[in-house]
Design a protein. Structure first.
Length: 310
């Protein structure tokens, strides 16, 4: 990883000491750090939009130009909002935000450190064969329990994709990166300016008048499961409006996965939001169940991640 623009190892920040940067995204830098009081490792996410801000020698983060200043301030406010929402959303499958604070002209979010890797890394390792149905049915029904809590609390995630799903030992999934979290009561219309990930974002997220709802996150869930089979993101939903057809998962993967699972993927990925499952519960009901994973998820996953399809 390129360490340019990152805070250096050993720097004190509030009650934490930076150990190393672990990831650099378009809007933030994620660090591994240690809490000086508890001695526990934590993850600190710093608001640092790379096209709008730079770091000064004293670590202060400042807009790169006067024209970018307003964007930076708005983004910083939304980041602060993301952190405060997350401190209220408590669930074993939602990343645990334990603190957030302002420093260096920006905002920091402190999360419990979780061992594991994101789902994108698992997909890359299995790019030729696809992840097994058992792996998928170990991870997704549990992940959907967390998503249900987000929806029940009146929020939408709006950026579900493999890179934002962290898989802990034993296959226990964790939904992370709430940078696009959206409060449903404020507006059912999608807000322009939010970040969309090609392949995972349905058409209503690209339209100014797009009507977002739980069905929007469920399209992304379907696209994420499909990429576990296919090894790459599905085509951009905007291209599907034209002549670019997405061949049904039901047809494409019928040799290797159950019809129930494939039908669920195609259902989530319907272009028309009204044809998709409208709630997490509707989808969960149609997903095949793995009885074994209920009792011993860790042992199953150890076997599954090392095995081929089904
Ligand atoms: N609590 C955590 N424990 C361990 N690793 C984490 C944790 N949170 C995030 N990570 C790791 O850091 C990576 C980046 O995190 P995240 O998705 O939140 O930020 P990002 O995508 O870099 O941000 P953005 O795109 O908004 O700038 C994740 O894919 C994951 O591997
Ligand atoms: Mg991310």
């Amino acid at each position: 990883m390129n360490f340019e623009n990152c805070i250096s190892t050993g720097t004190k920040l509030d009650r934490y000491v930076i150990l190393k940067p672990v990831s650099k995204g378009g809007f933030s830098i994620v660090y591994l750090a240690v809490d000086q009081q508890t001695k526990e490792r934590v993850i600190i996410k710093e608001f640092m939009p790379k096209n709008q801000a730079k770091r000064l020698r004293n670590n202060t983060v400042t807009p790169i130009s006067a024209t970018k200043a307003r964007l930076f301030q708005k983004g910083r406010m939304l980041f602060f909002q993301e952190a405060s929402i997350l401190t209220t959303l408590k669930h074993p499958n939602i990343v645990n935000v334990i603190n957030f604070f302002r420093a260096n002209g920006t905002v920091y979010m402190v999360m419990e450190f979780e061992a594991g890797d994101n789902l994108q890394c698992y997909i890359k390792k299995k790019i030729k064969n696809g992840l097994s149905e058992r792996f998928i049915l170990t991870v997704f029904p549990t992940l959907l329990e967390g998503l249900q809590v987000i929806h029940d609390s009146g929020y939408l995630h709006l950026d579900i994709k493999p890179g934002n799903i962290h898989i802990r030992p034993g296959g226990r999934p964790l939904l992370i990166d709430f940078g696009s979290v959206h409060r449903r009561e404020l507006s059912r219309l999608h807000q322009p300016g939010q970040v969309m990930t090609t392949g995972y974002a349905p058409i209503e997220q690209f339209k100014r008048t797009g009507y977002v709802g739980p069905w929007t996150d469920l399209y992304a869930i379907g696209a994420t499961i499909r990429s576990c089979l296919e090894g790459r993101p599905p085509i951009d939903s905007r291209l599907r409006l034209d002549k670019h057809q997405l061949v049904d998962a039901k047809t494409l993967f019928k040799k290797h996965y159950s019809q129930e699972l494939l039908k669920a993927i195609d259902w989530c990925m319907e272009m028309d939001p009204e044809l998709r499952p409208q709630t997490v519960a509707e989808l969960t009901e149609k997903l095949p169940l793995l009885e074994e994973t209920k009792s011993k998820p860790s042992q199953w996953l150890l076997r599954l991640t090392g095995s081929s399809r089904r």
